[in-house]
Design a protein around this ligand. Sequence first.
Ligand code: NAD
Length: 338
Amino acid sequence: GKLGFAIVGLGKFATQQIMPSFKDCKHARITALVSGSPDKAKKLAQEYGVAEKSVYSYENFNSIKDNPEVDIVYIILPNSMHAEYTIRAAQAGKHVLCEKPMATSVEDCEKMIAACNKAGKKLMIAYRAHYEPFNLDAMERIRKGELGKLRAITSDHGRPVKPTEEKADSWRVVKKLAGGGSLMDIGIYALNACRYLTGEEPVEVTAQEYSDKSDPRFKEVEDNIHFTLRFPSGVLASCTSSYSYSEVKRGRVFGDKAWLDLDPLSDYYEHNMKIGDDKGKEEPKLKEGNQFAAELDHMAECARDNKTPKTPGEEGLKDVRYIMAIYEAAKKGKAVKV
Ligand code: NAD
């Protein structure tokens, strides 16, 4: 049978992308909801066929340990709350799927990994691009050498943050809840892509930040932050992250034989790939899959078959470490070894 998921935090992403994707899952179903809004939770419980006794508040969440219908807890809360709820879920004897960024400090990431290890439970970070067909195909082509030897990567990820218009953006400009600005939220896709596209870990980072401090959105968190990553093979990656430019989520890999473009690279739907060299361009037509369903099924299979997820807690921790190094490099105006 399908494994049961408890959804913690019934915000925009949970209700608009994740919950509707369960209908495409082979191994996952929703069996509990955790929310601070009883009315919203009740309505969604009815819509998704969740029993009334399986609707929890943040206060009585620990009693989820007594609910055998729940195998996995999926944390979709503001970033700084990921650690507390991951640890409470592990202590309740549940596997954990947690949204990106894993947490707002390296220490919190380490505590989350330790708590899940201690409980003997899986911890996976919801890096959906690792379950998305165009990104998987790009990785395969690169590993097979279709682009030749990789030389460089560029990736741009940004969108205008609108805290006064969008409820989901209101906590994103509050440092205590978000941990940081565009880099924590969306630039992380560029960072993570450079790592999975090369299959390498960076050795050095540089960065420059600029945020208009007269813009009320950027009193606490950064707007524009550009960073470079140097990889052991010599690949240089150059990334931009922004909370003020018109939405872009793209990446390009430059090999000595060909280049590969993903634009968008990290959207919810409708990805595009282009591959080109001096002889011309092609646009492989791949079948768009539901990356959210693939990710949920992967988590369920790992929990069921006692396998380590492709994107475990350690993967989330690495990005949080690099993010902190990027902030440090921007602040000091010098390269930082990682
Ligand atoms: P959101 O604000 O819509 O959802 C957050 C939920 O947490 C809300 O229901 C809110 O009521 C609840 N909450 C509980 N305590 C809160 C508090 N103290 N302050 C504010 N909200 C509180 O935000 P979202 O866009 O759904 O993002 C939630 C998480 O999901 C974030 O970690 C974000 O990075 C992640 N996310 C991931 C993706 C992706 O593509 N993987 C996309 C969007 C968001």
